[in-house]
Design a protein around this ligand. Structure first.
Ligand SMILES: [Zn+2]
Length: 215
């Protein structure tokens, strides 16, 4: 009888260890983040996109923000690149100052961000909405904007970031029939900017996208 009781205790302990192990593996992901292997794209009512433009996340103040920080910034009232309250915006407007009004959502359609130790895809604007990431040449209505979070004036993107970006580009290219020559840098249109950074090598990305041909 005692032996049986000991066995039962051991069994209960094993179940507890397995349960905590599973909890660790399947722990909830941060809001809006998707793990790498479940890239799902909602193409509902999507516009006829012709280009993809790559960005990094260095702001006008030279600081790099995280995805939610950029979303907050883009959806707030702004004056001289600083978030301000609605009341302050009203005051400044009355003084004839140029105030930026809140956008409907973050300007990009997609992002790639390091959260904890894992790179994840971030969803931005839906594909039926005009973008707000590159106003030159009316590219906001022609190009899907992808922001790779980080400052690539300082460091090169990692192999993993490039691979994830290539996978996302390939999926979008296949769906919209976007040619490889239409994968562009923000700086190709806004030549006063280095975006997506001096150390972002577009040819490296092109090679990775080519490898995914037919996928
Ligand atoms: Zn940019």
């Amino acid at each position: 009888m005692r032996k049986f009781y000991v066995k039962l205790l051991i069994f209960a302990k094993i179940v507890e260890v397995i349960k905590s192990f599973l909890r660790k593996i399947f722990k909830e992901k941060p809001n809006g983040a998707q793990p790498i292997d479940t890239l799902t794209i909602d193409f509902t009512d999507a516009r006829k996109w012709e280009y993809i433009i790559i960005h990094h996340s260095k702001g006008p103040d030279k600081k790099t923000r995280d995805w939610e920080g950029i979303r907050r910034y883009h959806t707030s009232w702004r004056y001289k690149d600083i978030i301000i309250s609605y009341e302050r915006a009203k005051e400044l407007k009355a003084l004839g100052k140029v105030v930026e009004s809140p956008w409907k959502d973050i300007g990009y359609q997609w992002g790639i961000e390091l959260i904890g130790s894992q790179y994840v895809y971030r969803r931005g604007r839906k594909l039926h909405m005009r973008g707000a990431h590159c106003y030159q040449n009316d590219m906001n209505s022609k190009a899907i904007g992808i922001c790779v979070l980080g400052d690539y004036d300082v460091v090169s993107p990692t192999e993993e970031q490039i691979k994830m970006l290539a996978k996302l580009c390939r999926r979008l290219m296949n769906h919209f029939n976007i040619p490889i020559t239409h994968i562009k840098r923000h700086s190709d249109y806004a030549n006063y900017k280095s975006c997506p950074g001096e150390k972002f090598d577009l040819s490296r990305l092109i090679v990775e996208i080519e490898k995914l041909k037919g996928v």
